[in-house]
Design a protein. Structure first.
Length: 190
């Protein structure tokens, strides 16, 4: 957040005309803080830009999702996602897995059953609470997950190689903001 004096535009040393400050206040690009100082707020993306960002993220996700290792193992996108979450967490309560994946109990149960039958994850019980159901990754599941990650990373690096150095740097600099955006969307109601 940038703090500016009333006669300055956010972060600039150039005096702002009073009507510009008034317009920025009215459009919520600036707000008054304690002591009358102005705080700059980044404007929300216009609809066209937000749509372009959403479509670009969706296309990247769709194009990076399929892998030769996952296809050979017969994994669907849902099974891949469940497996990768279980591998990342090592051991996770089924209720926490359902929340993390945003899946209904029936869909999750089917995915867990299939992954268990294939030896990619295992159901385990909690010695302290027998009512609690857990799953954990198996060595086979971890190896498959690593192959899929490696394939996705290689595909991404090959695609990045087709971009200019400046474009790659822009993407790298945008990573913290994109990671923050993903966190903001994590608890979004479906």
């Amino acid at each position: 957040m940038v703090v500016v004096e009333a006669d300055q535009v956010a972060g600039s040393k150039v005096p702002a005309p009073k009507d510009l400050v008034a317009k920025m206040l009215a459009s919520k690009q600036l707000f008054l803080g304690a002591g009358g100082s102005l705080h700059g707020i980044a404007p929300i993306l216009d609809e066209e830009t937000a749509v372009r960002l959403r479509v670009a993220i969706a296309r990247l996700s769709r194009r990076l999702r399929p892998t030769a290792a996952g296809s050979a193992a017969g994994l669907t996108p849902t099974r891949i996602s469940v497996l990768l979450t279980v591998v990342r967490e090592e051991r996770i309560r089924i209720s926490a897995l359902a929340a993390a994946e945003g899946l209904n109990p029936t869909m999750l149960s089917r995915a867990i059953s299939w992954l268990t039958e294939e030896g990619l994850i295992a159901r385990v019980s909690d010695d302290g609470d027998r009512r609690s159901a857990w799953v954990q990754s198996t060595r086979t599941g971890r190896r498959l997950a690593e192959r899929m990650r490696r394939e996705r990373t290689n595909a991404l690096n090959q695609a990045l190689d087709g971009l200019s150095v400046d474009e790659r740097q822009i993407i790298e600099q945008a990573l913290p903001a994109l990671e923050g955006l993903a966190e903001q969307l994590q608890d979004r109601p479906s």
